[in-house]
Design a protein around this ligand. Structure first.
Ligand code: KIV
Ligand code: ZN
Length: 385
């Protein structure tokens, strides 16, 4: 089994979602739940960005013991100093320093030459290393960077003391095959690549963040950066729950171990949704309201005979309650009968048939058949035979 470290950035990149703003108490509550979920690293914030973020990162660093806590910093001494102040009492101090490496970012955003970007990155890593045993360096917009330039700069930051190298697809532009190939290339070409851990960090602009993260793992990444419910800048980050469950369910092909307590996933998702005010789309894999709901008659009949006909994941695996069969216009007699029995009505065949016909008529007119609707149908004396 290959160990994959789960680097959760819900409290940093996730909080960068438009409209999300968490206070220290809320961040602390989420961090404690992430610790229960068993994530390896919690990116608690960007301490130099605001006094509120500084306070939240310091509080989380002194409270959380079973996950490593980190903070983001630009490649400059003042950010590293502030981050050290916030993290110096952490069990296992870790810093995440980043600088952009793509031509477009270097020219228009940083106004630096590639040589200056190497120099600033090396200086930042060396400086951070005086305080932090664990220094992660990120090549922002790595996927759109020149590959040979990435080899050069990563080689230099490894020599400067970086312990983790993050290769983000900052704008969510990569395809799985391309992103995987980039990891393979870097790991093969960088002389001391075996001294560090390679990390993926994917955004979901083209809906490929989870697939790209998994492609990175297949090609040597040993850390994945992700967020609960996939929240994050623009279309969001790779979703932690989807990566964690995909690696578990398809362990036959991936052969990995994340250390996640999967039964905490639903609770964590609900907490993050509640505190961020960001609802989860109903059809979201793993944590959406409909993720385990079967509506059509053919599916319901199959699941009643053997859940494995249509369920590859049990709700229990992720700490979700067994979801009752949803009764709608596509539902069949088998599901209707089961639901009636669950509600305490063991009706004779003719009586059940009349109630089922009435149910179908009603289901054609309504979006959702409620418990009250069913009760009315099942107790309707005019449907007696
Ligand atoms: O998307 C990105 O490149 C980032 C970096 C700061 C790692 O979030
Ligand atoms: Zn990001």
């Amino acid at each position: 089994m290959t160990k994959i470290d789960i680097f959760d950035t819900t409290l940093r990149d996730g909080e960068q979602s438009a409209g999300i703003n968490l206070n220290t108490g809320e961040k602390l509550e989420i961090a404690k739940q992430l610790e229960r979920l068993g994530v390896t690293i919690i990116e608690a914030g960007f301490p130099a960005s605001s006094p509120g973020d500084f306070e939240a990162v310091s509080r989380i660093a002194t409270t959380v013991k079973n996950s490593t806590v980190t903070g983001l910093a630009r490649a400059m001494q003042k950010d590293i100093d502030v981050t050290w102040e916030a993290l110096k009492h952490a069990e296992n101090p870790h810093i995440h320093v980043f600088l952009a490496t793509s031509p477009i970012h270097m020219k228009y955003k940083l106004n630096k030459t590639p040589e200056e970007v190497i120099e600033a990155s090396v200086a930042a890593v060396k400086y951070a290393k005086q305080f932090f045993p664990l220094v992660q360096w990120s090549a922002e917009d790595a996927f759109r960077s020149d590959k040979e330039f990435l080899v050069r700069i990563i080689d230099e930051v490894i020599k400067a003391g970086a312990t983790t190298i993050n290769v983000p697809d900052t704008v969510g532009y990569a395809s799985p095959a391309e992103y995987g190939a980039l990891f393979k290339y870097l790991i093969e070409e960088i002389p001391n690549s075996d001294l560090v851990k390679f990390s993926s960090h994917c955004h979901d602009d083209l809906g490929m963040a989870v697939a790209n993260s998994i492609a990175a793992i297949e090609n040597g990444a040993r850390q994945v950066e992700c967020t609960i419910n996939g929240i994050g800048e623009r279309a969001g980050n790779a979703s932690l729950e989807e990566i964690g469950v995909a690696l578990h369910i398809r362990n036959d092909i991936y052969q990995t171990e994340t250390g996640l307590n999967l039964s905490e996933i639903t609770r964590t998702s609900r907490l993050v949704s509640k505190l961020t005010g960001s609802p989860v789309q109903p059809n979201k894999a793993i944590v959406g309201k409909n993720a385990f709901a079967h509506e059509s008659g053919i599916h319901q009949d199959g699941v009643l005979k053997n859940p494995e006909t249509y369920e590859i994941i049990t709700p229990e695996l992720v700490g979700e309650n067994k979801v009752p069969l949803v009764l709608g216009k596509h539902s069949g007699r088998h599901a209707f009968k089961e639901r009636a029995i669950e509600m305490g009505f063991d009706l004779a065949d003719d009586r059940l048939q009349n109630a089922f016909v009435a149910f179908k008529e009603l289901a054609d007119k309504k979006k959702e058949i409620t418990e009250e609707d069913l009760l009315t149908l099942l107790t309707d004396e005019t449907l007696e035979v």
